[in-house]
Design a protein around this ligand. Structure first.
Ligand code: ADP
Ligand code: ZN
Length: 294
């Protein structure tokens, strides 16, 4: 049985572990994300005595996942201190001579959800995480979407709510989707963390207004067969009916499909892999490396 080593490189923690070709977790540990030297030393120490055939690495972005590119395997320009222009795959390759696959954590999660999660059997879906940042990945015709680089669907531009005066907090665009609707934007706008605002309906109405616009754009551009929404903010389950209602309202019967008109509660859903979607996404990336050997 082949063993897949998997790394989910996140902004607050790295999850390292081992998994199977069927997307099952054998074991995993958490390592806090500090600077690259310290963090990667602990990652390498963890895998030192492990036996594995391939490695999948799903990372926070922006990254360069395009094979053949000069900076392939790098975390590229990030506002995250210390991590700009960091050669993540280069460092791992120094220690492990196994085939590796590198992509965004959300592209990996989208693939894993299409194989083993809430989108099993679907060849076109979008996975979006709403947490410290907003990121989304896509599976299109059965493969992860990649082109010039990876998609950056967390930074799209939206119609501002007429009563919303919050200026937005994306360091690049101010009031893009992430700047208006990620966890830190909720905290800045309302003065408290999302976890503490559960009973404030206006918070979730506004949040759903922005997230639904994003989903409408994804639907119109990519035509996903399902949209999967994870991340800390989506723990507020009351968001789901609000988002679904707004998606229907904004589309206004234009996409005339029963999935949206009649069965939207099956179309916009929580991850089937739950909180493990990101880590199992890295196992899915590893499986791509494994399949390339066959
Ligand atoms: P990360 O994005 O760092 O991997 P999370 O997905 O947990 O981690 O996102 C953290 C963000 O989500 C924080 O801004 C936090 O306030 C928010 N958050 C976490 N849990 C909840 C919750 N239950 N309800 C609302 N917001 C939450
Ligand atoms: Zn932005």
């Amino acid at each position: 049985m082949a063993v897949i080593a998997a790394v989910e490189a996140g902004g607050t923690k790295f999850i390292c572990g081992l998994g199977t070709e069927e997307g099952k977790i054998i074991e995993k540990i958490n390592i806090p994300t500090t600077n690259p030297e310290e963090t990667m030393k602990r990652v390498i120490k963890y895998f030192k005595d492990k036996k594995f055939d391939v490695m999948g690495v799903g990372s926070f972005g922006p990254i360069d996942p395009v094979k053949g590119s000069k900076t392939y395997g790098y975390i590229t320009k990030t506002p995250k201190p210390y991590w700009s222009d960091y050669n993540m795959i280069g460092e791992l390759k120094k220690h492990y001579d196994v085939p590796m696959e590198f992509d965004t954590d959300v592209n990996g999660a989208a693939l894993a959800e299409s194989w083993w999660g809430a989108g099993t059997g679907l060849k076109n879906l979008v996975y979006i995480t709403v947490g410290t940042g907003i990121g989304a990945g896509a599976v299109v015709n059965g493969t992860m979407l990649q082109g010039l680089t990876h998609p950056e669907m967390g930074h799209i531009f939206l119609k501002r709510h007429p009563e919303d005066k919050f200026e937005g907090r994306c360091p690049f665009h101010k009031d893009c989707l992430e700047g208006m609707a990620a966890g830190p934007a909720i905290e800045d706008r309302w003065g408290k963390k999302g976890q503490e605002l559960m009973d404030k309906d206006e918070v979730w109405e506004l949040e759903a207004y922005y997230l639904a616009q994003a989903l409408v754009n994804y639907i119109l551009i990519l035509s996903p067969q399902r949209i999967i929404m994870g991340g800390g903010v989506m723990k507020q389950q009351q968001l789901f009916p609000l988002i679904r209602k707004n998606v229907q309202k904004f589309l206004n019967n234009y996409v005339y499909k029963k999935e949206i008109l009649e069965e939207i509660e099956k179309y916009i859903v929580y991850p089937g892999l739950g909180d493990d979607a990101g880590f199992i996404g890295s196992i899915a990336l590893g499986k791509i490396a494994l399949d390339s050997l066959k």
